[in-house]
Design a binder for this molecule. Structure first.
Ligand code: X5A
Ligand code: ZN
Length: 676
C-alpha cells in the first residue's frame, strides 16, 4: 500500500438498517422509550441528508445460534428464539415481568437475531478491511444483556457477540485486541461481565453512576471494577457522580483516560456501543452531549486501529437528539473530521475528581496514568456543579440574601482563572477544527430544566415536584454548602464521603430561619460522613422550655424525599416516595410519621413543625424510642467531631442567626451536655 492519492480516497463507510427490527415493540402498544420509532427516526434523518447514498449499504441478517453461543447460554438463546412463537403467546407477559426492564411481542425474536446478526456482519466487513468503518442502526440494544438474561431493553448483547466472533471464529482476520467503547449513558453490565477476565477485549464505559443509584445500579459500574485475572486492567469504568455532563466532561475523559489508554493498547478494531442517551434532551440520561461532542469523540478514536471503527446503536430516547447525533457520527466517518460546532462550558469539578480516581485505580496497569494531572487543570477547570440563582420572587416577607456556596464562590472569583489553558489539549486536529477554543467562558453552563430528566419515567416524581415544603434543618445542614450536597451531590470540607444528590438539583426556592420549641441533642458515636463523634437530633417531643435554631429551605416534596433517603443511607433506587402528598395530611394532623420503609435509618421520623406562608415545615429526626434509649443509657450522648462541629458553627454564624461565636459554641455545648 502506498501513495497519497490512495490515502485521500473517500472512506468506505458501511451502513446497515432493516425495518424488520421495528417488529419488536410493546405487546399492547403501550408507550415505551425503546420503541421502533427510534431507528425509523434515524433512518429518516440519514436519508434526508443523503447519507445512504454515500455509504455502502450492508445486508442485515439473523445471527446464528452457534455464534451467539459464544457469550450467551443455550437456554437464553432458546428463550429468545421461542419467545415470539405462538406457543409462548400467553407466557410472554409473565416471562417479561420477571425480567428487569424487558418487554416481548411476536416480533421480538426476529428483531433480536437481526440486531445481533447485523452487528456481526458490519464488524466482519470492517475487520476484513472491505470497509473502513460502519454504523449499525439496530434494535433492540445489547449492552445490558447478560449471558443468561435479557435486561434493560436488551435481548442479545450485539456488540459482545461480534467481538467474540472476531476473536474466536475469524482468527485469520488478525483481530487480536478489541477496544469496546461504551458511551451509552448507562453502564454496559453485560459486556463488562462477558470480558471481565479477557485481556483481548478492553471494555471502556463512561456512564452515569450517581454513587450506585443510576440504572443498572449497584457496584458493577464503579471505577473499582477493573477486570480480573488475565483481564485485570482491561475493564475501565468512568462513573459520573450525577447528570448534566456534557461535551466538555466527555472530552476531558477522552483526553485524560480513553485516548492515552487506546494508544497504549493499540487495538486492531474499535467497537462502539453507541448509545445516544447521554445526548442533550434525552429523557432518561439527563446529560447533555451534543452532536458535535459525539463527532469529536468519534474523530479522536478514528486515529487508532487504522480507522477500523464500528458503531452499534444502543440507547438514545429523544428521537431528534438521537437522529442528529447518529447523523453527526455518519458525517464524521465519511468526512474524516468532526462536524461544525464548538465546545461550550467546561468540565465539572466532579469530572476531574472522577478522572483522577480512575487514573489512580489503573495506574499500575497503564503507566501513562502514573503521571499526575497538572494541579492547575484540577483547580482551574473546575466548574461548580451547577449555578442557578435562588428564585427570590417569593411572596414571603422574610429576606435573606442568597450566598453562593464555597465552590461557587471561588469559581466566580476565579482565583486561578488564568490557568485554564491546559484544556487546549482538547484540540482534536488543528487543521480540521480551528474552532475549538482553548478557553471557554464561565457562562454557558447548560443546566437542564428542572425535573426534565426522569419525571416522564418516574411518575411520582413529577407530582411531588409540584408540592413545596420547608425542610427544617437543625444540624450540619444549617450550613448551606453542606445542605446543597444533598441536592447537587458531592461533599464539602470535613465530610469523608460525598453525597449522591437529588434527582432535581434545583436550589431551594427560599431560605429562612426560625427557632422551634424542641430539644437539640447529640447521639450516635460514628458516622460514615463525619467519622467519630455524635450527630444532631431533635427530640420529636416538643417542650416550651427548649429553643433550637432551624434553617428552613423551601424545596419540593420530591427533593425532600431524596434528602430523606440520603439522611438514612438507604442507597437504593426507590419506586415510590417515602412521603407522598397524602402523607403530609397525616403528618400535619398527627405531628409526625415514622417512615416504615426507612425504619433502619436514624432519621426516619418525619416531624411536623408548623407552617410558614401556608407551607408545612418538615424535618427528619429519630424516633421517640431512640430518645428513650438515650435516656436509659443504651444510646450514647456523644459530642460532635471537630469537622461536624465546625459545620454546625458555620451554619449558625454565617447564615441566619445573630449569635456571636461564643454564643454559638455555648449553644452547642449546652445541647451536648445538658441532661435530656
Ligand atoms: C440500552 C439502554 C436503558 C435501560 C433503562 C431501564 N437501556 N430503566 O439504554
Ligand atoms: Zn442506555
Amino acid at each position: 500500500m502506498d501513495s497519497a492519492p490512495e490515502d485521500r480516497r473517500s472512506p468506505r463507510v458501511g451502513l446497515a438498517y432493516d425495518e424488520r427490527m421495528c417488529l419488536h415493540a410493546t405487546p399492547d402498544g403501550e408507550s415505551h422509550p425503546e420503541n421502533p420509532e427510534r431507528i425509523r427516526a434515524i433512518w429518516r434523518k440519514l436519508e434526508a441528508e443523503g447519507i445512504p447514498d454515500r455509504c455502502v449499504l450492508l445486508k442485515t441478517k439473523e445471527a446464528e445460534d452457534s455464534i451467539i453461543a459464544s457469550v450467551h447460554t443455550k437456554n437464553h438463546i432458546k428463550l429468545i428464539r421461542n419467545i415470539s412463537s405462538k406457543a409462548f403467546e400467553f407466557r410472554r407477559l409473565k416471562i417479561a415481568s420477571k425480567l428487569n426492564s424487558i418487554y416481548f411481542n411476536e416480533g421480538s425474536s426476529e428483531a433480536a437475531f437481526l440486531a445481533a446478526g447485523t452487528v456481526i456482519e458490519v464488524a466482519e466487513n470492517v475487520a476484513k478491511g472491505d470497509l473502513d468503518s460502519a454504523i449499525a442502526v439496530v434494535r433492540p440494544p445489547g449492552h445490558h444483556a447478560e449471558a443468561n438474561e435479557a435486561m434493560g431493553f436488551c435481548l442479545f448483547n450485539n456488540v459482545a457477540i461480534s467481538a467474540s466472533y472476531l476473536l474466536d471464529k475469524r482468527a485469520e482476520l488478525g483481530i487480536n485486541r478489541i477496544l469496546i467503547v461504551d458511551w451509552d449513558v448507562h453502564h454496559g453490565n453485560g459486556t463488562q461481565n462477558m470480558f471481565y477476565r479477557d485481556p483481548r477485549v478492553l471494555y471502556f464505559s463512561v456512564h452515569r453512576f450517581d454513587f450506585g443509584t443510576f440504572y443498572p445500579a449497584g457496584w458493577d459500574g464503579s471505577y473499582c471494577m477493573i477486570g480480573e485475572d488475565q483481564g485485570a486492567g482491561y475493564n475501565i469504568n468512568v462513573p459520573w457522580e450525577h447528570g448534566q455532563c456534557g461535551d466538555a466532561d466527555y472530552l476531558a475523559v477522552w483526553d485524560h483516560i480513553l485516548i492515552p489508554v487506546t494508544e497504549a493498547y493499540n487495538p486492531d478494531i474499535i467497537l462502539i456501543s453507541a448509545g445516544f442517551d447521554a445526548a442533550v434532551d434525552d429523557p432518561l440520561g439527563g446529560c447533555c452531549v451534543t452532536p458535535y461532542g459525539y463527532s469529536v469523540m468519534l474523530k479522536k478514536l478514528m486515529k487508532f486501529a487504522d480507522g477500523k471503527i464500528v458503531l452499534a446503536l444502543e440507547g438514545g430516547y429523544n428521537l431528534n437528539s438521537l437522529a442528529n447525533s447518529v447523523f453527526a457520527c455518519a458525517k464524521t466517518l465519511l468526512e474524516g473530521k468532526p462536524v461544525a460546532g464548538n465546545l461550550e462550558g467546561r468540565p465539572f469539578e466532579s469530572t476531574w475528581r472522577v478522572i483522577n480516581e480512575v487514573r489512580n485505580e489503573l495506574k499500575t496497569y497503564w503507566p501513562v496514568f502514573s503521571v499526575d494531572l497538572p494541579k492547575e487543570i484540577l483547580i482551574a477547570n473546575a466548574k461548580p456543579y451547577q449555578i442557578q440563582e435562588i428564585n427570590s420572587s417569593s411572596d414571603s416577607d422574610v429576606e435573606k440574601d442568597p450566598q453562593p456556596s464555597n465552590a461557587i464562590n471561588s469559581f466566580m472569583n476565579n482565583e486561578v482563572g488564568d490557568l485554564i489553558s491546559p484544556l487546549s489539549k482538547l484540540n482534536v486536529d488543528e487543521e480540521n477544527s480551528g474552532e475549538l477554543p482553548a478557553l471557554r467562558s464561565q457562562q454557558n453552563l447548560a443546566v437542564p430544566s428542572k425535573g426534565s430528566v426522569c419525571n416522564s419515567y418516574v411518575p411520582w416524581r413529577s407530582s411531588l415536584s409540584k408540592v413545596d415544603v420547608w425542610y427544617g434543618s437543625y444540624g450540619s445542614n444549617m450550613w448551606r454548602p453542606r445542605f446543597l450536597c444533598y441536592l447537587e451531590g458531592g461533599k464539602v470540607e470535613g465530610m469523608n464521603n460525598p453525597c449522591q444528590g437529588a434527582m432535581d438539583k434545583t436550589p431551594p426556592k427560599y431560605i429562612t430561619w426560625k427557632s422551634v420549641p424542641h430539644r437539640l441533642f447529640f447521639t450516635r458515636s460514628y458516622t460514615h460522613t463525619w467519622g467519630h463523634g455524635g450527630v444532631a437530633f431533635l427530640n420529636p417531643q416538643s417542650s416550651i422550655n427548649e429553643k433550637t435554631f432551624m434553617c428552613l429551605y423551601k424545596i419540593t416534596l420530591e427533593q425532600f424525599n431524596d434528602i430523606l433517603i440520603q439522611e438514612n443511607i438507604a442507597n437504593e433506587q426507590f419506586e415510590s416516595p417515602f412521603v407522598a402528598p397524602e402523607d403530609i395530611e397525616f403528618i400535619v394532623k398527627n405531628g409526625s410519621l415514622r417512615v416504615e420503609s426507612l425504619k433502619g435509618g436514624w432519621y426516619s421520623n418525619v416531624l411536623y413543625l408548623g407552617e410558614q406562608d401556608g407551607i408545612p415545615i418538615l424535618t427528619m429526626t429519630c424516633s421517640a424510642s431512640d430518645v428513650e434509649q438515650l435516656k436509659s443509657g443504651e444510646l450514647p450522648v456523644c459530642a460532635p467531631s471537630k469537622a461536624y462541629e465546625n459545620t454546625l458553627l458555620k451554619g449558625l454564624l454565617e447564615e441566619g442567626t445573630r449569635l456571636s461565636t461564643e454564643e454559638a459554641i455555648g449553644y452547642l455545648k449546652d445541647a451536648v451536655t445538658r441532661k435530656l
